[in-house]
Write a protein that binds this ligand. Sequence first.
Ligand code: UT7
Length: 336
Amino acid sequence: MAALRHSEIAGTGHYVPSRVVKNAEIESLLDTSDAWIQERTGIEERRWFEEGHDTTANMGTRAAQMALANAGLTADDIQLIVFATLSPDYVFPGSGVLMQRELGMKENTPALDVRNQCSGFIYALSVADQFIKTGMYDNVLVVGSEIHSSGLDKTPQGRAVSVIFGDGAGAVVLRPSTRDGHGILSTHLHAQGEFAEELIVREPGSNRENRVGVALENKADMYPYMNGQNVFKNAVVRFPQVIGEALAQNGFQPADIDMLIPHQANLRITQYVQQKMGLPDDKVFSNIQRYGNTTAASIPLALSEAVQQGKVKRGDLVCLAAFGSGFTWASALIRW
Ligand code: UT7
C-alpha cells in the first residue's frame, strides 16, 4: 500500500479585539486584585470584544485572511473549513457557515464545527489532517475563535472563572506536504466524560421539556462553572502524558522539542508542564499574560505569534498540546 500523504501548516494568522482589559480594570467589578490574578494565573490583561464590530465568525475570518495571505492562497483555494469554538454566534447554525459567507467563497465549500473547548483547535487540526491524508481535500482552513467576555459572570460570584477568559481568534491553512518527514507527524486525541460537569455551561440545555423557561429561571447556570482545582490537578497530569505520547510515537525525547505551544490555560499550569518535561524557557511559548485563556483560539493565536516573532522556524520540531472541558486533551507533533 502506498504511504499516506501528510499535511503541513502553510500559513498562520490571528486576530484580537482592540479593547485591552487590564487586571486593574476588573478589580472592583469582580472583587479581585491584580496581584491575585498574576500570582495564580500569570494573566496581566485580556481582550474583550466590541459589540457591533467583533463576532466569533468575523474574528475567525480576520485570522483566516491573515493565514491565507501568509500561505499565498485565497479563500477560493480552500475546500473545507473546520471551525472550533465554544462560543458560537448562534446556538445553531455553527459559526463555520458564517465564516464561509464572510470569506465570500465561490464554491459551496463545506464548513464543519468542532466543539471540544480548550482542545477544540487540536481536534479540528486532526480532522483536517485526516481529510488531507486520505486525499479528499487539499487546502483546509482550521480556525479557533472565541468571545468569552459576553458570557462571563462579571460579579464577585464569578471571579474565579471570569478573570481567566479572554476573546480572540487564530487560524491555520493546512495543505499536503511535499517535503519528506515534514508537516504534521501525528495527532493524539483523548476524552474522559466522567468529568463533563467539572467545567461546564449548563443552560440552555436541551434535556428539559421547556429549556428556555428553565434557563431563564436558572440564570446562574448560563455562566461557566469550573471546579478550578480539579481541572488544574488533571491538567498537570494530562499535558505531560499527551506530549509524551506524541514524542514516543515518533521516536523523540522531550529534549528534541524546539517549541512547545501549549493551550494557554494558566501560566502556572504551563510552568509546571515545562518543569516536568525539563524544557528551557526559550522552548515554551506563552502569551496568556496578554490575552488570558481564549480556549479554542489560544493555540492558533500563540502559534501565529510565535511564527511572526521568528520563534518557530523551518525544520523545528513543534509540539501543540491542550487540556480542558470534557475533559478532553490532545497533542500534535509537527516538523515545521
Ligand atoms: O482552559 C482549560 C481549563 N481551565 C484551566 O485549566 C484552569 C484550571 N484552574 C485554575 O487555573 C485555578 O484553579 C484558578 C486560577 C481558576 C483558581 O486558582 P485556585 O488557586 O485554584 O483558587 P481557588 O478557586 O482554590 O480559590 C482560592 C482562594 C479562595 O479564597 P479562600 O476560600 O481561600 O479564602 C477564593 O475565594 O482564592 C479566592 N479567589 C479569588 N480571590 C481573588 C478565587 N478567585 C479569586 C479572584 N480574586 N479572582
